[in-house]
Design a protein around this ligand. Sequence first.
Ligand code: ATP
Length: 233
Amino acid sequence: MSLLELAGVRAAYNGITVLHGVDLSVAAGQVVALLGPNGAGKTTVLKVASGVHPPSGGRLLLGGRDATGIRPGDLARAGVCLVPEGRGVFPNLSVRDNLLMMTFTGRTREEIEESAYARFPVLGRRRTQHAGTLSGGEQQMLALARGLATDPAVLLLDELSMGLAPLVVAELYERVAGIARQGVAVLVVEQFATAVLKIADHAAVLVRGRVQWQGHPDSSLHAELSSYYLGSA
Ligand code: ATP
């Protein structure tokens, strides 16, 4: 059963519609890649899914229940976690303090630190360093670790690969695959497809606010992608 579902979702900014009826679903344990060119509406899909931007039409379902219009804080408590583009770590705080801010979730400091360092050992080695001194990949790991401290059922990732070297991105996506294997429903937004498609179970291509293609990532997807990126999109 899908944990997260968008059914006919429409969204607008200042009366201008940017999503025109998006259907998308993510099951527990699944990685879904949402791809598409600049400005297609990918981030808006994540904003709708996390409650940050209420849809102007259609429905958001969480575990089969209508969650349309629920506020971001309540959706977060219901298990939806957004790791936004740009990572959102606090550069002037230590790695440890970035993690310990997540005690609002009710988990103890020990639990939060232990699980973060078990998953990302490099964060343990750097726990007293300011987050701003970490490499881009390590900062992204910290952002993921902070998100995972909420024990999410649904993880929404926006442009994880932004500004990172291909090897670092490949390693991060291996971790994301591991997170999904533990039963989390993962929706990943990326403009450039290669790395995420190695781990995605399902992909959707969004062009000008419409899903133009969705299915199992295979060679036909690559043909679709090149036509949207190079063609009329
Ligand atoms: P990118 O890769 O550039 O982030 P995207 O596919 O994530 O692109 P969105 O950020 O969802 O696309 O934007 C979709 C459309 O909505 C774009 O035309 C964008 O200009 C517009 N838009 C996004 N945010 C706002 C906002 N806060 N106010 C007005 N228009 C917005």
